[in-house]
Structure formats: structure tokens, C-alpha cells
Design a protein around this ligand. Structure first.
Ligand code: MN
Length: 147
């Protein structure tokens, strides 16, 4: 099956553009497109997420891992204790139980492809205590307080 890419809107033929999450978790200006929803020998979902300029994905953690490749634009990523600029082509592995967030804070869209297992645990949001502990790292503190 071939789903043609439209580089004017960053959409794919016959793929709906969906709300990023519908579980009430905090995020801003993120869409989700599911390009692949698993096959018998590849029990994975392959998605494209796009964050509009100024938007951000949920600050979250979970047991399941992500394989991410930035596909459009540039922004920043929080990965555990790391805050780093990311741009199209960068590859990011999000390990188990690592707090992560993607932000389109560089005046551009930030689009990324993300592979996950179909069978995965629910997303967890860090509580106030965890966020305070994260802020002991000054780089993380600056990132968390800048949105
Ligand atoms: Mn995640």
C-alpha cells in the first residue's frame, strides 16, 4: 500500500488528521496521523505528530518506548535530564520511564514520526512533586518554566 505524501500540508493520502490525545492530558497545538496500525509480524503503530509553532506535546512518561525521527522543522526536546535542540533528521530513542516532551519553540513547526508497540501502557503525567525534583537540574528548570 502506498500513501502519497503532500508536502504542502504535511499530510498523507487517505490518512485522517486527528487530535493528538483525547485523554485530557495537557498539550498545545498538536495533531496526530496514524500511517500504520500494525500487521501480524509488526505489532506497532507508526504515527506522525505535528506541533504548531509555539505548541508542545504532553510532558509524560510510561513504560513503553518510543522511536522518534524528526521529520519537519525544528524545536526542542526534553528527555530525562537532557534538554536539546532537535531538527529534521534527528533520531531520538525514548527509553522506558523517561520523562519526555517535544516543543515547537524555535519559531517553526516541529513534526516527528514515532513508532510504538500496539500493546502499551497508559501515559503518566508527572505530579507536582516530581516536577519540583526535575527542577533541581537548572537546564530542566529553565525549560519547564519557559513555556
Ligand atoms: Mn510518550
Amino acid at each position: 500500500m502506498i500513501k502519497r505524501f503532500d508536502d504542502t500540508g504535511y499530510t498523507w493520502e487517505d490518512v485522517d488528521t486527528l487530535v493528538y490525545k483525547q485523554d485530557g492530558s495537557p498539550f498545545k497545538d498538536v495533531t496526530r496521523q496514524v500511517l500504520f496500525n500494525g500487521a501480524f509480524d509488526i505489532p506497532c503503530q507508526f504515527r506522525y505528530f505535528e506541533v504548531k509553532p509555539g505548541g508542545y506535546s504532553t510532558l509524560e512518561h510510561h513504560e513503553h518506548t518510543h522511536m522518534v525521527m524528526i521529520f519537519r522543522g525544528e524545536g526542542q526536546c526534553l528527555l530525562g535530564e537532557i534538554v536539546t535542540d532537535v531538527k529534521a533528521g534527528d533520531f531520538i530513542e525514548v527509553p522506558s520511564h523517561t520523562i519526555h516532551q517535544f516543543r515547537a519553540n524555535k519559531g517553526d513547526y516541529l513534526g516527528f514520526l514515532c513508532l510504538v508497540n500496539l500493546d502499551r501502557d497508559k501515559v503518566k503525567i508527572p505530579d507536582a512533586e516530581q516536577i519540583e525534583a526535575m527542577k533541581e537540574n537548572p537546564v530542566v528548570k529553565e525549560f519547564l518554566e519557559s513555556c
